[in-house]
Design a protein around this ligand. Structure first.
Ligand code: 3UK
Length: 577
Protein backbone atom coordinates (compact mmCIF):
# COMPACT_ATOMS: atom_id res chain seq x y z
CA UNK A 1 0.00 0.00 0.00
CA UNK A 2 1.37 3.43 -0.86
CA UNK A 3 0.11 6.21 1.36
CA UNK A 4 -0.35 9.36 -0.68
CA UNK A 5 2.01 12.06 0.46
CA UNK A 6 1.05 15.49 1.61
CA UNK A 7 -1.35 15.45 4.49
CA UNK A 8 -2.14 19.08 5.40
CA UNK A 9 1.10 20.42 6.76
CA UNK A 10 1.48 22.13 10.11
CA UNK A 11 4.47 24.06 8.81
CA UNK A 12 4.13 27.75 8.19
CA UNK A 13 7.56 27.71 6.50
CA UNK A 14 7.21 25.18 3.67
CA UNK A 15 10.78 25.42 2.30
CA UNK A 16 11.58 21.74 2.97
CA UNK A 17 8.32 20.37 1.61
CA UNK A 18 8.63 22.66 -1.42
CA UNK A 19 12.03 21.13 -2.17
CA UNK A 20 11.01 17.48 -2.00
CA UNK A 21 11.74 15.65 -5.25
CA UNK A 22 8.85 15.33 -7.72
CA UNK A 23 6.63 12.40 -6.71
CA UNK A 24 7.62 10.49 -9.86
CA UNK A 25 11.17 10.30 -8.50
CA UNK A 26 10.21 9.05 -5.04
CA UNK A 27 10.85 5.46 -4.10
CA UNK A 28 7.74 3.40 -3.55
CA UNK A 29 6.85 3.45 0.15
CA UNK A 30 5.45 0.33 1.74
CA UNK A 31 3.67 0.07 5.06
CA UNK A 32 3.20 -3.67 5.24
CA UNK A 33 3.16 -4.05 9.02
CA UNK A 34 0.23 -3.01 11.22
CA UNK A 35 2.58 -1.14 13.56
CA UNK A 36 3.46 1.24 10.70
CA UNK A 37 -0.09 2.52 10.55
CA UNK A 38 0.43 5.84 12.32
CA UNK A 39 -2.21 8.52 12.93
CA UNK A 40 -2.46 11.39 10.43
CA UNK A 41 -1.32 13.91 13.06
CA UNK A 42 1.94 12.76 14.55
CA UNK A 43 4.81 14.42 16.37
CA UNK A 44 7.47 11.74 16.72
CA UNK A 45 9.39 13.56 19.47
CA UNK A 46 6.25 13.87 21.60
CA UNK A 47 5.49 10.22 20.89
CA UNK A 48 8.94 9.16 22.10
CA UNK A 49 8.98 11.39 25.17
CA UNK A 50 5.52 11.04 26.62
CA UNK A 51 6.48 7.71 27.97
CA UNK A 52 5.07 5.80 30.86
CA UNK A 53 8.66 5.40 32.05
CA UNK A 54 8.63 8.85 33.77
CA UNK A 55 10.86 8.22 36.75
CA UNK A 56 13.22 5.78 35.02
CA UNK A 57 16.60 6.74 33.62
CA UNK A 58 16.44 7.84 29.99
CA UNK A 59 19.89 9.28 29.25
CA UNK A 60 23.19 8.92 31.06
CA UNK A 61 25.92 11.35 30.15
CA UNK A 62 29.40 11.70 31.55
CA UNK A 63 28.19 14.17 34.16
CA UNK A 64 24.59 13.25 34.95
CA UNK A 65 21.65 10.96 34.41
CA UNK A 66 18.27 12.28 33.29
CA UNK A 67 15.03 10.45 33.93
CA UNK A 68 12.32 10.44 31.28
CA UNK A 69 10.54 13.23 33.18
CA UNK A 70 13.70 15.32 33.37
CA UNK A 71 14.50 14.77 29.71
CA UNK A 72 10.98 15.82 28.73
CA UNK A 73 11.24 18.96 30.84
CA UNK A 74 14.58 19.89 29.26
CA UNK A 75 13.21 19.26 25.78
CA UNK A 76 10.14 21.37 26.56
CA UNK A 77 12.23 24.29 27.81
CA UNK A 78 14.38 24.19 24.68
CA UNK A 79 11.25 24.03 22.50
CA UNK A 80 9.99 27.17 24.25
CA UNK A 81 13.34 28.88 23.59
CA UNK A 82 13.04 28.06 19.90
CA UNK A 83 9.48 29.30 19.50
CA UNK A 84 9.77 32.14 22.07
CA UNK A 85 13.02 34.13 22.29
CA UNK A 86 14.38 32.77 19.01
CA UNK A 87 11.04 33.40 17.27
CA UNK A 88 11.26 30.39 14.99
CA UNK A 89 8.29 29.26 12.91
CA UNK A 90 7.26 25.68 12.32
CA UNK A 91 9.12 24.25 9.33
CA UNK A 92 12.24 26.36 10.05
CA UNK A 93 15.54 24.47 9.93
CA UNK A 94 17.81 24.35 12.96
CA UNK A 95 21.43 23.31 12.49
CA UNK A 96 22.70 21.23 15.40
CA UNK A 97 26.30 20.71 16.43
CA UNK A 98 27.50 18.75 19.39
CA UNK A 99 29.17 15.58 20.57
CA UNK A 100 27.00 12.84 22.10
CA UNK A 101 25.62 14.36 25.32
CA UNK A 102 22.18 14.44 26.95
CA UNK A 103 21.83 18.13 26.12
CA UNK A 104 22.65 17.54 22.44
CA UNK A 105 20.02 14.76 22.40
CA UNK A 106 17.50 17.09 24.05
CA UNK A 107 18.19 19.74 21.40
CA UNK A 108 17.43 17.33 18.56
CA UNK A 109 14.17 16.24 20.20
CA UNK A 110 13.19 19.82 21.06
CA UNK A 111 13.61 21.05 17.48
CA UNK A 112 11.32 18.26 16.32
CA UNK A 113 8.79 18.68 19.14
CA UNK A 114 8.59 22.41 18.31
CA UNK A 115 7.62 21.52 14.73
CA UNK A 116 10.94 22.69 13.30
CA UNK A 117 13.37 20.57 11.28
CA UNK A 118 16.58 19.23 12.80
CA UNK A 119 19.75 19.43 10.68
CA UNK A 120 22.37 17.57 12.73
CA UNK A 121 26.01 17.91 11.67
CA UNK A 122 28.97 15.66 12.36
CA UNK A 123 31.29 17.09 15.05
CA UNK A 124 34.43 16.93 12.90
CA UNK A 125 33.03 18.87 9.93
CA UNK A 126 34.99 21.97 8.99
CA UNK A 127 33.74 25.46 8.18
CA UNK A 128 33.48 24.94 4.42
CA UNK A 129 31.44 21.75 4.76
CA UNK A 130 29.22 23.30 7.41
CA UNK A 131 28.66 26.34 5.22
CA UNK A 132 27.55 24.09 2.34
CA UNK A 133 25.03 22.32 4.61
CA UNK A 134 23.76 25.54 6.18
CA UNK A 135 23.27 27.06 2.74
CA UNK A 136 21.67 24.01 1.17
CA UNK A 137 19.16 23.57 4.03
CA UNK A 138 18.77 27.37 4.39
CA UNK A 139 19.04 27.05 8.13
CA UNK A 140 17.26 29.62 10.29
CA UNK A 141 19.05 28.99 13.58
CA UNK A 142 21.99 27.13 15.09
CA UNK A 143 22.31 25.28 18.39
CA UNK A 144 26.01 24.54 18.91
CA UNK A 145 27.99 22.96 21.73
CA UNK A 146 30.51 25.36 23.28
CA UNK A 147 33.21 22.79 22.56
CA UNK A 148 32.63 23.15 18.81
CA UNK A 149 32.29 26.90 18.86
CA UNK A 150 35.60 27.79 17.22
CA UNK A 151 34.90 26.15 13.88
CA UNK A 152 31.40 27.61 13.73
CA UNK A 153 32.81 31.12 13.87
CA UNK A 154 34.36 30.59 10.43
CA UNK A 155 31.16 29.29 8.83
CA UNK A 156 29.28 31.35 6.31
CA UNK A 157 25.76 31.18 7.73
CA UNK A 158 22.55 32.63 6.32
CA UNK A 159 22.09 35.99 8.14
CA UNK A 160 18.95 34.82 10.00
CA UNK A 161 20.89 31.90 11.42
CA UNK A 162 23.88 34.03 12.41
CA UNK A 163 21.68 36.17 14.65
CA UNK A 164 19.97 33.08 16.03
CA UNK A 165 23.05 31.13 17.08
CA UNK A 166 22.96 29.81 20.62
CA UNK A 167 25.60 27.80 22.49
CA UNK A 168 25.09 25.08 25.03
CA UNK A 169 26.98 22.85 27.42
CA UNK A 170 30.08 24.72 28.53
CA UNK A 171 33.07 22.91 29.96
CA UNK A 172 31.99 20.17 32.31
CA UNK A 173 28.40 21.23 32.85
CA UNK A 174 26.44 19.81 29.96
CA UNK A 175 24.72 17.96 32.74
CA UNK A 176 23.27 20.97 34.38
CA UNK A 177 19.65 21.61 35.05
CA UNK A 178 18.55 25.09 33.99
CA UNK A 179 18.21 26.14 37.61
CA UNK A 180 21.74 25.08 38.39
CA UNK A 181 23.46 28.03 40.03
CA UNK A 182 26.96 26.61 39.78
CA UNK A 183 28.19 28.19 36.54
CA UNK A 184 27.35 31.70 35.46
CA UNK A 185 25.75 31.52 32.03
CA UNK A 186 26.56 34.01 29.33
CA UNK A 187 23.35 35.73 28.23
CA UNK A 188 23.43 33.96 24.88
CA UNK A 189 23.77 30.46 26.36
CA UNK A 190 20.97 28.02 25.78
CA UNK A 191 20.91 27.15 29.47
CA UNK A 192 20.35 30.79 30.42
CA UNK A 193 17.47 31.03 27.95
CA UNK A 194 16.02 27.71 29.14
CA UNK A 195 16.00 28.84 32.76
CA UNK A 196 13.43 31.50 31.93
CA UNK A 197 11.06 29.07 30.21
CA UNK A 198 8.30 26.81 31.53
CA UNK A 199 8.93 23.06 31.70
CA UNK A 200 5.82 22.12 29.73
CA UNK A 201 5.49 22.60 25.98
CA UNK A 202 2.53 21.48 23.89
CA UNK A 203 4.02 19.64 20.91
CA UNK A 204 3.46 21.15 17.46
CA UNK A 205 0.50 19.40 15.84
CA UNK A 206 2.46 18.08 12.87
CA UNK A 207 1.30 15.83 10.04
CA UNK A 208 2.78 12.34 9.88
CA UNK A 209 4.50 13.33 6.62
CA UNK A 210 5.80 16.68 7.74
CA UNK A 211 9.57 16.76 7.47
CA UNK A 212 11.33 16.71 10.86
CA UNK A 213 14.90 15.77 9.99
CA UNK A 214 17.35 16.60 7.23
CA UNK A 215 20.32 14.33 7.54
CA UNK A 216 23.32 15.01 5.31
CA UNK A 217 25.15 12.05 3.86
CA UNK A 218 28.74 11.56 4.85
CA UNK A 219 29.55 11.14 1.16
CA UNK A 220 33.18 11.11 0.24
CA UNK A 221 32.80 13.04 -2.98
CA UNK A 222 30.78 16.01 -4.22
CA UNK A 223 28.44 18.32 -2.35
CA UNK A 224 26.74 16.60 0.59
CA UNK A 225 23.21 15.40 -0.07
CA UNK A 226 20.44 16.29 2.39
CA UNK A 227 18.07 13.37 2.98
CA UNK A 228 14.63 14.43 4.22
CA UNK A 229 12.67 12.37 6.71
CA UNK A 230 9.14 12.61 8.07
CA UNK A 231 7.80 12.18 11.59
CA UNK A 232 6.46 8.76 10.62
CA UNK A 233 9.88 7.69 9.27
CA UNK A 234 11.46 8.26 12.68
CA UNK A 235 8.93 5.97 14.33
CA UNK A 236 9.07 3.46 11.47
CA UNK A 237 12.77 2.77 12.03
CA UNK A 238 12.02 2.23 15.73
CA UNK A 239 9.27 -0.23 14.89
CA UNK A 240 11.22 -2.30 12.33
CA UNK A 241 14.81 -3.40 13.11
CA UNK A 242 14.67 -2.95 16.92
CA UNK A 243 11.48 -5.00 17.22
CA UNK A 244 12.09 -7.81 14.80
CA UNK A 245 15.88 -8.27 14.87
CA UNK A 246 17.36 -6.56 17.91
CA UNK A 247 14.52 -7.34 20.30
CA UNK A 248 15.08 -4.24 22.45
CA UNK A 249 13.44 -4.10 25.87
CA UNK A 250 12.66 -1.57 28.59
CA UNK A 251 15.44 -2.92 30.80
CA UNK A 252 18.13 -2.45 28.13
CA UNK A 253 21.05 -0.07 28.52
CA UNK A 254 22.22 1.09 25.08
CA UNK A 255 25.78 2.27 24.48
CA UNK A 256 28.06 2.90 21.51
CA UNK A 257 30.11 5.26 19.42
CA UNK A 258 28.28 6.61 16.34
CA UNK A 259 27.56 10.35 16.56
CA UNK A 260 23.93 11.39 17.07
CA UNK A 261 24.41 13.37 13.85
CA UNK A 262 24.80 10.05 11.98
CA UNK A 263 21.45 8.29 11.68
CA UNK A 264 23.12 5.03 12.83
CA UNK A 265 23.81 6.77 16.16
CA UNK A 266 20.58 8.76 16.28
CA UNK A 267 18.58 5.54 16.01
CA UNK A 268 20.76 3.25 18.11
CA UNK A 269 21.62 5.68 20.90
CA UNK A 270 18.50 7.82 21.18
CA UNK A 271 15.37 6.85 19.22
CA UNK A 272 15.45 3.08 19.79
CA UNK A 273 16.02 3.26 23.55
CA UNK A 274 13.33 5.92 23.99
CA UNK A 275 10.82 3.92 21.95
CA UNK A 276 10.88 1.07 24.48
CA UNK A 277 11.47 3.11 27.64
CA UNK A 278 15.09 1.97 27.96
CA UNK A 279 18.22 3.91 28.90
CA UNK A 280 20.99 5.23 26.64
CA UNK A 281 24.55 5.98 27.70
CA UNK A 282 26.00 8.87 25.69
CA UNK A 283 29.79 8.99 25.44
CA UNK A 284 31.44 12.14 24.15
CA UNK A 285 34.58 10.41 22.97
CA UNK A 286 35.26 6.74 22.87
CA UNK A 287 38.25 4.59 22.13
CA UNK A 288 38.09 0.79 22.08
CA UNK A 289 39.49 0.82 25.63
CA UNK A 290 37.07 3.40 27.00
CA UNK A 291 34.08 1.81 25.31
CA UNK A 292 34.91 -1.54 26.90
CA UNK A 293 35.32 0.13 30.28
CA UNK A 294 32.04 2.03 29.83
CA UNK A 295 30.14 -1.15 28.90
CA UNK A 296 31.34 -2.64 32.17
CA UNK A 297 30.77 0.49 34.28
CA UNK A 298 27.23 1.11 32.99
CA UNK A 299 26.31 -2.57 32.77
CA UNK A 300 25.32 -1.97 29.16
CA UNK A 301 23.25 -4.59 27.37
CA UNK A 302 23.22 -3.34 23.75
CA UNK A 303 26.22 -1.93 21.88
CA UNK A 304 26.23 -0.09 18.53
CA UNK A 305 29.50 0.53 16.74
CA UNK A 306 31.44 -0.03 13.50
CA UNK A 307 33.22 -3.28 12.55
CA UNK A 308 36.71 -1.88 13.07
CA UNK A 309 35.83 -0.92 16.65
CA UNK A 310 34.68 -4.46 17.42
CA UNK A 311 37.90 -5.81 15.94
CA UNK A 312 40.01 -3.55 18.13
CA UNK A 313 37.94 -4.33 21.21
CA UNK A 314 38.23 -8.07 20.54
CA UNK A 315 42.02 -7.72 20.38
CA UNK A 316 42.00 -5.92 23.75
CA UNK A 317 39.87 -8.53 25.43
CA UNK A 318 42.00 -11.38 24.22
CA UNK A 319 40.97 -14.82 25.30
CA UNK A 320 37.68 -15.23 27.09
CA UNK A 321 35.69 -17.43 29.32
CA UNK A 322 32.47 -17.77 27.33
CA UNK A 323 30.53 -19.07 30.34
CA UNK A 324 30.75 -15.79 32.22
CA UNK A 325 31.64 -13.66 29.18
CA UNK A 326 34.35 -12.12 31.29
CA UNK A 327 37.61 -11.35 29.69
CA UNK A 328 40.66 -13.20 30.88
CA UNK A 329 44.13 -11.80 30.49
CA UNK A 330 45.66 -12.75 27.18
CA UNK A 331 48.58 -14.57 28.76
CA UNK A 332 47.03 -16.67 31.50
CA UNK A 333 44.13 -18.70 30.20
CA UNK A 334 42.47 -19.11 33.55
CA UNK A 335 43.16 -15.91 35.49
CA UNK A 336 40.06 -13.74 35.08
CA UNK A 337 40.76 -10.12 34.24
CA UNK A 338 37.89 -8.05 35.59
CA UNK A 339 38.92 -4.89 33.81
CA UNK A 340 36.29 -5.54 31.19
CA UNK A 341 33.31 -7.30 32.64
CA UNK A 342 31.02 -7.67 29.65
CA UNK A 343 28.66 -10.04 31.40
CA UNK A 344 25.63 -7.78 30.92
CA UNK A 345 26.11 -7.31 27.16
CA UNK A 346 23.57 -9.32 25.16
CA UNK A 347 23.48 -7.54 21.78
CA UNK A 348 26.28 -6.12 19.65
CA UNK A 349 25.23 -4.37 16.46
CA UNK A 350 27.71 -3.66 13.66
CA UNK A 351 26.94 -1.31 10.77
CA UNK A 352 28.43 1.42 8.62
CA UNK A 353 30.55 -0.87 6.52
CA UNK A 354 30.93 -4.55 5.77
CA UNK A 355 31.58 -6.83 8.72
CA UNK A 356 34.47 -9.16 7.83
CA UNK A 357 33.80 -12.74 8.94
CA UNK A 358 37.23 -12.63 10.59
CA UNK A 359 35.96 -9.81 12.83
CA UNK A 360 32.70 -11.64 13.60
CA UNK A 361 34.80 -14.66 14.64
CA UNK A 362 37.23 -12.60 16.73
CA UNK A 363 34.37 -10.91 18.60
CA UNK A 364 32.63 -14.23 19.21
CA UNK A 365 35.71 -15.86 20.62
CA UNK A 366 36.43 -12.81 22.78
CA UNK A 367 32.90 -12.38 24.17
CA UNK A 368 30.80 -15.41 23.25
CA UNK A 369 28.42 -13.05 21.44
CA UNK A 370 27.16 -13.48 17.87
CA UNK A 371 27.25 -10.04 16.32
CA UNK A 372 24.21 -8.52 14.61
CA UNK A 373 25.39 -7.15 11.28
CA UNK A 374 23.02 -4.71 9.58
CA UNK A 375 23.21 -2.57 6.50
CA UNK A 376 21.64 0.84 6.78
CA UNK A 377 21.87 4.08 4.85
CA UNK A 378 21.23 7.74 5.56
CA UNK A 379 18.70 7.75 2.71
CA UNK A 380 16.71 4.97 4.40
CA UNK A 381 17.46 6.30 7.90
CA UNK A 382 18.49 2.98 9.45
CA UNK A 383 19.04 -0.76 9.05
CA UNK A 384 17.03 -2.65 6.41
CA UNK A 385 18.89 -5.97 6.01
CA UNK A 386 20.15 -7.81 9.08
CA UNK A 387 20.11 -11.03 11.08
CA UNK A 388 20.51 -12.13 14.69
CA UNK A 389 20.99 -15.31 16.67
CA UNK A 390 20.23 -18.51 14.78
CA UNK A 391 19.48 -16.58 11.59
CA UNK A 392 23.08 -15.44 11.23
CA UNK A 393 24.98 -16.90 8.29
CA UNK A 394 28.69 -16.12 8.29
CA UNK A 395 29.54 -13.80 5.41
CA UNK A 396 25.92 -12.69 4.93
CA UNK A 397 24.47 -9.40 6.17
CA UNK A 398 21.16 -11.23 6.60
CA UNK A 399 17.65 -10.96 5.17
CA UNK A 400 15.42 -7.93 4.64
CA UNK A 401 14.17 -6.64 8.00
CA UNK A 402 10.39 -7.24 8.19
CA UNK A 403 8.75 -4.15 6.66
CA UNK A 404 11.45 -3.95 3.94
CA UNK A 405 11.89 -5.80 0.66
CA UNK A 406 15.13 -6.23 -1.23
CA UNK A 407 16.26 -7.65 -4.54
CA UNK A 408 19.28 -7.43 -6.83
CA UNK A 409 19.13 -5.73 -10.22
CA UNK A 410 21.40 -6.09 -13.24
CA UNK A 411 22.64 -3.25 -15.43
CA UNK A 412 19.30 -3.05 -17.22
CA UNK A 413 17.33 -2.87 -13.99
CA UNK A 414 16.12 -6.48 -14.24
CA UNK A 415 16.20 -8.77 -11.19
CA UNK A 416 18.98 -11.35 -11.00
CA UNK A 417 18.59 -14.72 -9.31
CA UNK A 418 20.65 -16.44 -6.61
CA UNK A 419 24.39 -16.65 -7.07
CA UNK A 420 24.69 -13.61 -9.34
CA UNK A 421 26.13 -10.29 -8.17
CA UNK A 422 23.71 -7.41 -8.69
CA UNK A 423 22.89 -3.91 -7.54
CA UNK A 424 21.10 -3.87 -4.17
CA UNK A 425 17.55 -2.48 -4.45
CA UNK A 426 15.40 -1.85 -1.38
CA UNK A 427 11.95 -0.58 -0.53
CA UNK A 428 10.03 -0.17 2.70
CA UNK A 429 8.44 2.45 4.94
CA UNK A 430 11.44 4.80 4.61
CA UNK A 431 13.22 5.86 1.44
CA UNK A 432 15.32 8.39 -0.37
CA UNK A 433 14.11 11.97 -0.77
CA UNK A 434 16.99 14.34 -1.34
CA UNK A 435 16.59 18.03 -0.71
CA UNK A 436 16.62 19.64 -4.14
CA UNK A 437 19.21 17.37 -5.72
CA UNK A 438 19.48 15.93 -9.24
CA UNK A 439 21.15 12.84 -7.77
CA UNK A 440 17.67 11.70 -6.67
CA UNK A 441 17.39 10.14 -10.13
CA UNK A 442 20.52 8.04 -9.49
CA UNK A 443 19.28 6.63 -6.16
CA UNK A 444 15.76 5.67 -7.18
CA UNK A 445 14.94 3.31 -10.05
CA UNK A 446 11.39 2.11 -10.72
CA UNK A 447 10.41 2.72 -7.11
CA UNK A 448 13.46 0.92 -5.67
CA UNK A 449 16.17 2.61 -3.61
CA UNK A 450 19.56 1.77 -5.14
CA UNK A 451 22.08 1.96 -2.34
CA UNK A 452 25.18 1.72 -4.53
CA UNK A 453 26.15 -1.67 -3.14
CA UNK A 454 26.97 -4.86 -5.04
CA UNK A 455 25.36 -7.85 -3.33
CA UNK A 456 24.73 -11.51 -4.00
CA UNK A 457 21.78 -13.57 -2.76
CA UNK A 458 21.72 -17.28 -1.97
CA UNK A 459 18.88 -19.70 -2.66
CA UNK A 460 17.48 -19.10 0.85
CA UNK A 461 17.23 -15.34 0.40
CA UNK A 462 20.29 -14.31 2.44
CA UNK A 463 22.09 -11.21 1.17
CA UNK A 464 25.91 -11.19 0.93
CA UNK A 465 27.73 -7.88 0.60
CA UNK A 466 30.45 -7.84 -2.06
CA UNK A 467 31.58 -4.21 -2.44
CA UNK A 468 30.36 -0.75 -3.35
CA UNK A 469 29.29 -0.98 -6.99
CA UNK A 470 31.98 1.46 -8.07
CA UNK A 471 34.67 -0.19 -5.91
CA UNK A 472 34.62 -3.58 -7.64
CA UNK A 473 38.19 -4.27 -8.77
CA UNK A 474 38.48 -5.51 -12.35
CA UNK A 475 41.84 -7.14 -12.90
CA UNK A 476 42.70 -8.96 -16.14
CA UNK A 477 38.99 -9.50 -16.72
CA UNK A 478 38.25 -10.87 -13.26
CA UNK A 479 35.82 -9.09 -10.90
CA UNK A 480 37.38 -8.98 -7.44
CA UNK A 481 35.65 -7.55 -4.36
CA UNK A 482 38.12 -5.76 -2.06
CA UNK A 483 36.31 -6.77 1.18
CA UNK A 484 36.78 -10.47 0.39
CA UNK A 485 40.54 -10.00 0.14
CA UNK A 486 40.44 -7.91 3.32
CA UNK A 487 38.65 -10.70 5.18
CA UNK A 488 41.36 -13.15 4.09
CA UNK A 489 44.18 -10.83 5.17
CA UNK A 490 42.53 -10.13 8.54
CA UNK A 491 42.91 -13.82 9.37
CA UNK A 492 46.70 -13.51 9.28
CA UNK A 493 48.10 -13.08 12.80
CA UNK A 494 50.32 -10.12 11.80
CA UNK A 495 47.43 -8.00 10.45
CA UNK A 496 45.63 -5.48 12.67
CA UNK A 497 43.61 -3.74 9.94
CA UNK A 498 43.65 -3.55 6.17
CA UNK A 499 42.05 -1.98 3.11
CA UNK A 500 42.16 -3.41 -0.38
CA UNK A 501 41.66 -1.29 -3.51
CA UNK A 502 42.25 -1.51 -7.25
CA UNK A 503 45.20 0.39 -8.64
CA UNK A 504 45.43 1.29 -12.34
CA UNK A 505 47.79 -1.04 -14.17
CA UNK A 506 48.75 -0.94 -17.82
CA UNK A 507 48.72 -4.67 -18.36
CA UNK A 508 45.80 -5.79 -16.24
CA UNK A 509 43.62 -2.71 -16.16
CA UNK A 510 43.76 -2.80 -12.36
CA UNK A 511 45.72 -4.75 -9.82
CA UNK A 512 44.67 -5.68 -6.30
CA UNK A 513 46.55 -3.52 -3.83
CA UNK A 514 46.46 -4.16 -0.07
CA UNK A 515 47.12 -1.45 2.51
CA UNK A 516 48.00 -3.18 5.75
CA UNK A 517 48.33 -1.95 9.33
CA UNK A 518 50.45 -4.45 11.21
CA UNK A 519 50.00 -5.43 14.83
CA UNK A 520 52.19 -3.49 17.25
CA UNK A 521 55.03 -5.99 17.55
CA UNK A 522 55.35 -6.89 13.84
CA UNK A 523 58.12 -5.50 11.63
CA UNK A 524 57.39 -4.96 7.91
CA UNK A 525 59.62 -6.77 5.44
CA UNK A 526 59.69 -8.13 1.90
CA UNK A 527 59.35 -11.63 3.38
CA UNK A 528 56.21 -10.59 5.18
CA UNK A 529 54.76 -9.28 1.90
CA UNK A 530 55.36 -12.68 0.29
CA UNK A 531 53.93 -14.42 3.33
CA UNK A 532 50.75 -12.35 3.24
CA UNK A 533 50.36 -12.96 -0.49
CA UNK A 534 50.76 -16.71 -0.05
CA UNK A 535 48.39 -16.63 2.88
CA UNK A 536 45.66 -14.98 0.78
CA UNK A 537 46.21 -17.51 -2.01
CA UNK A 538 45.67 -20.29 0.49
CA UNK A 539 42.38 -18.77 1.70
CA UNK A 540 40.60 -17.64 -1.49
CA UNK A 541 40.96 -18.08 -5.26
CA UNK A 542 44.63 -17.30 -5.98
CA UNK A 543 43.90 -14.74 -8.73
CA UNK A 544 42.49 -12.47 -5.99
CA UNK A 545 45.79 -12.13 -4.12
CA UNK A 546 47.21 -8.61 -3.64
CA UNK A 547 49.96 -8.04 -6.19
CA UNK A 548 50.97 -4.95 -4.26
CA UNK A 549 51.15 -4.76 -0.47
CA UNK A 550 51.83 -1.50 1.36
CA UNK A 551 52.25 -1.03 5.08
CA UNK A 552 50.64 1.96 6.79
CA UNK A 553 50.54 3.18 10.39
CA UNK A 554 46.76 3.64 10.23
CA UNK A 555 43.94 3.60 7.70
CA UNK A 556 42.08 6.73 6.62
CA UNK A 557 38.53 6.57 7.96
CA UNK A 558 35.49 8.84 8.09
CA UNK A 559 33.86 9.91 11.33
CA UNK A 560 31.31 7.18 10.66
CA UNK A 561 33.98 4.47 10.66
CA UNK A 562 34.10 3.94 6.92
CA UNK A 563 37.36 3.24 5.15
CA UNK A 564 38.14 6.06 2.70
CA UNK A 565 39.13 3.90 -0.24
CA UNK A 566 39.53 6.89 -2.52
CA UNK A 567 42.38 8.05 -0.28
CA UNK A 568 44.10 4.67 -0.53
CA UNK A 569 43.81 4.92 -4.31
CA UNK A 570 45.18 8.47 -4.40
CA UNK A 571 48.66 8.76 -5.93
CA UNK A 572 50.01 10.17 -2.65
CA UNK A 573 49.12 6.88 -0.96
CA UNK A 574 51.66 5.15 -3.15
CA UNK A 575 54.41 5.58 -0.55
CA UNK A 576 54.81 2.70 1.84
CA UNK A 577 56.67 -0.45 0.99
C1 3UK B 1 27.59 0.85 3.68
C2 3UK B 1 27.40 -1.36 4.82
C3 3UK B 1 28.09 -3.50 4.29
C4 3UK B 1 26.85 0.54 2.40
C5 3UK B 1 24.11 3.59 8.24
C6 3UK B 1 23.29 1.88 9.74
O1 3UK B 1 26.17 3.46 7.07
C7 3UK B 1 25.09 4.02 7.19
O2 3UK B 1 24.70 5.06 6.36
P1 3UK B 1 25.60 5.83 5.30
O3 3UK B 1 24.68 6.70 4.51
O4 3UK B 1 26.23 4.70 4.35
C8 3UK B 1 25.45 3.74 3.67
C9 3UK B 1 26.37 2.73 3.01
O5 3UK B 1 27.30 2.21 3.98
N1 3UK B 1 27.16 -0.02 4.77
C10 3UK B 1 26.49 0.32 5.88
N2 3UK B 1 26.28 -0.74 6.66
C11 3UK B 1 26.84 -1.81 6.03
N3 3UK B 1 28.01 -2.18 3.97
N4 3UK B 1 27.59 -4.01 5.44
C12 3UK B 1 26.97 -3.21 6.34
N5 3UK B 1 26.48 -3.73 7.47
O6 3UK B 1 27.70 0.84 1.33
C13 3UK B 1 25.67 1.52 2.46
O7 3UK B 1 25.10 1.76 1.19
O8 3UK B 1 26.76 6.49 5.97
C14 3UK B 1 24.20 2.32 8.79
C15 3UK B 1 22.27 2.70 10.15
C16 3UK B 1 22.15 3.97 9.62
C17 3UK B 1 23.08 4.42 8.66
N6 3UK B 1 22.93 5.68 8.16
Amino acid sequence: MTIPAFAPTAHTDTFARDHLPPLALWPELRFDLPELDYPARLNCAAELLDHAAGARAALRGEHATWTYDQLRAQVDRIAHVLRGPLALETGNRVLLRGTNTPLMAACVLAVIKAGCIAVPTMPLLRARELGAIAGKAKVDAVLCAQSLRAELGAVELPPAARTRTVYFGGAGHDSLSPESPESPESPESLEALMAAQPAQFAAADTALDDICLISFTSGTTGIPKGTMHFHRDVLAICDCFPRSVLGSRADDVFIGTPPLAFTFGLGGLLLFPLRVGACAVLLEKATPETLLAAIAAHRATVCFTAPTFYRQMAALIGACDPASRRSVSAGGASAPDHRYDLGTLRRSVSAGEALPTATRDAWRSATGLEMIDGIGATELLHIFISAADGNVRPGATGKPVPGYQACLLDHDGLPVGPGVIGRLAVKGPTGCRYLDDPRQADYVLNGWNLTGDAYEMDADGYFYYRSRTDDMIISAGYNIAGPEVEDALLRHPAVAECGVVGRADEQRGQIVEAHVVLKADVVPSAELVAQLQDFVKSQIAPYKYPRAVRFLASLPRTETGKLQRFRLRAPSAEGGQ
